[in-house]
Ligand binder design. Structure first.
Ligand SMILES: [Zn+2]
Ligand SMILES: [Zn+2]
Length: 392
C-alpha cells in the first residue's frame, strides 16, 4: 500500500525546537521546568494572604485604611511583573533553516581551507568592529548560527537568547533582551513589598503587645510569626538581588558578562555598550524601545503527514513542508523531516546576504539575518561583546 502526504496547518510554536513549553495556543511561553516558579507564586500569594487576613483588619482600624490599599496595589504590581517576565519570550533567536545551516557550514569550510587530519579546525568565530574594538561573534553548534552580540545559548531552554542575562528558575524563564526590565521591576517591587509587610508585621505585634502583652498578641495573630520568618529570609536575597541588578544596569552590563568577567580589568577591554553615564545607562536598559518577538509563535505553517493511499485525497500530494504565507515556497529539494525553523526570511534571502568570509571583519550592518534579529534597532547594532582573548 503506497503512502501519500496530507498537508495540514499547524501553529509554528508546535514545531519550534528547544525545550520551552507553550500554552494558550502559543501566547504563553515558559521554560520546561516550572517547579520553582510555582514555589515563588506560593510564597508571594501565601504571605500576602496572611498579611491581608491577620494584619490588615487590625491596622486599617487602628492606624490607617491606606495600609491595605497600598499593599494591594503593590501586590498586584508584583504579580503583573512576575507574570510578564515568566510568560513572555525573553528574546529567543530562531535557529537556522537546514539550507542556511548547510550554506554557513560550506562557507566556514571554504574559509578554513583543508585542515589536515588530526589537527583541530580553527574556532568558528567572526570578527566585527564595534566602537573601535574588535568583537567576536561565536558560532552556536546547536542553533547553527553565529550568535549576535551579547547573545548566549541557555542550556536549560536549549535556545540562543538575545542579550542573555541568566536563566532564572524563580520566574521559570530565561531573562533576556525582551523581559529584563520586567524582571528588574519584579525584584524591585518585591523588595518593597517584603519590606512593607515585614515592617507592618512588627508594628502590628508591637501595638497588640502594648494592649495585651507579647505572648497573647502572638496567640491572636499566629500568621504573623510565619510572615515575619518568610519576609526575614526573603528580604536578604531579594533586596541583595535588586541591588546587584541596579549595579549592573548602571553599568549597562548583564549578569552573564559579569560572571564571565567580560569587562574586567585583566582583559583590558572596556564595556562598549556603557555610555559612561549612570543615568543614560539606566534609561537605555529600562526605558529603551520594546523589542518584538522574532519567533512568530502563532504564525501558521503547513505540515505534511504520510497517510495510506486508500484514505488520502488525490489532490493532497505535496511532498515538502512550507510556510503558510507562501511568499517563497520552499524549493522542491527541501524534502526533510528536520524541525521547521520559524525564521522571518527565506533560505534564498539568507544565501544572498551571507556573503562574508568567516574570517573577514565586517560591520554589524553587514551581518546576515541569521546573526541579527530582523527588527533590531540601531542601538542593537552597537551591542556587541568586545572580543576577549579566549585562547586560554
Ligand atoms: Zn544556540
Ligand atoms: Zn533559559
Amino acid at each position: 500500500m503506497s503512502a501519500v502526504m496530507i498537508s495540514r496547518k499547524v501553529r509554528k510554536w508546535e514545531k519550534l525546537p528547544g525545550k520551552n513549553t507553550f500554552c494558550c495556543d502559543g501566547r504563553v511561553m515558559m521554560a520546561r521546568q516550572k517547579g520553582v516558579f510555582y514555589l515563588t507564586l506560593f510564597l508571594i500569594i501565601g504571605t500576602c494572604a496572611l498579611f491581608f487576613g491577620f494584619e490588615c483588619p487590625y491596622l486599617a482600624v487602628h492606624l490607617s485604611a491606606a495600609i491595605p490599599v497600598f499593599a494591594a496595589v503593590l501586590f498586584l504590581f508584583v504579580m503583573a511583573m512576575l507574570l510578564r517576565t515568566s510568560f513572555s519570550d525573553p528574546g529567543v533567536l530562531p535557529r537556522a533553516l537546514p539550507e542556511e545551516a548547510t550554506f554557513i557550514e560550506m562557507e566556514i569550510e571554504a574559509a578554513n581551507g583543508n585542515v589536515p587530519s588530526g589537527q583541530r579546525p580553527p574556532p568558528r568565530i567572526r570578527n566585527i568592529e564595534i566602537n573601535n574594538q574588535i568583537v567576536k561573534l561565536k558560532y552556536c553548534y546547536t542553533c547553527k548560527i553565529f550568535r549576535p552580540p551579547r547573545a548566549s545559548h541557555c542550556s536549560i531552554c536549549d535556545n540562543c537568547v538575545d542579550r542573555f542575562d541568566h536563566h532564572c528558575p524563580w520566574v521559570g524563564n530565561c531573562v533576556g533582551k525582551r523581559n529584563y526590565r520586567y524582571f528588574y521591576l519584579f525584584t524591585l517591587s518585591l523588595s518593597l513589598l517584603t519590606i512593607y509587610i515585614f515592617t507592618f508585621d512588627i508594628v502590628h505585634v508591637v501595638m497588640r503587645s502594648v494592649e495585651d502583652g507579647f505572648l497573647s498578641a502572638l496567640k491572636e495573630t499566629p500568621g504573623t510569626v510565619l510572615e515575619v520568618l518568610v519576609c526575614f529570609f526573603t528580604l536578604w536575597s531579594v533586596v541583595g538581588l535588586t541591588g546587584f541588578h541596579t549595579y549592573l544596569i548602571s553599568l549597562n552590563q548583564t549578569t552573564n558578562e559579569d560572571i564571565k568577567g567580560s569587562w574586567s580589568g585583566k582583559n583590558r577591554v572596556q564595556n562598549p555598550y556603557s555610555h559612561k553615564n549612570i543615568f543614560k545607562n539606566c534609561c537605555e536598559v529600562l526605558c529603551g524601545p520594546a523589542y518584538p518577538s522574532v519567533l512568530d509563535r502563532r504564525g501558521l505553517m503547513h505540515e505534511d503527514s504520510p497517510v495510506s493511499a486508500s484514505s488520502a485525497a488525490p489532490s493532497s500530494s505535496s511532498s515538502s513542508l512550507s510556510f503558510s504565507n507562501n511568499s517563497k515556497p520552499a524549493p522542491p529539494t527541501t524534502k526533510t523531516t528536520a524541525p521547521l525553523i520559524p525564521n522571518e526570511h527565506t533560505p534564498d534571502d539568507a544565501k544572498a546576504s551571507i556573503g562574508v568570509s568567516a574570517e573577514q571583519s565586517c560591520s554589524p550592518e553587514d551581518l546576515p539575518p541569521s546573526f541579527i534579529p530582523p527588527l533590531a534597532s540601531p542601538e542593537t547594532d552597537a551591542e556587541a561583546s568586545v572580543a576577549k582573548d579566549n585562547s586560554h
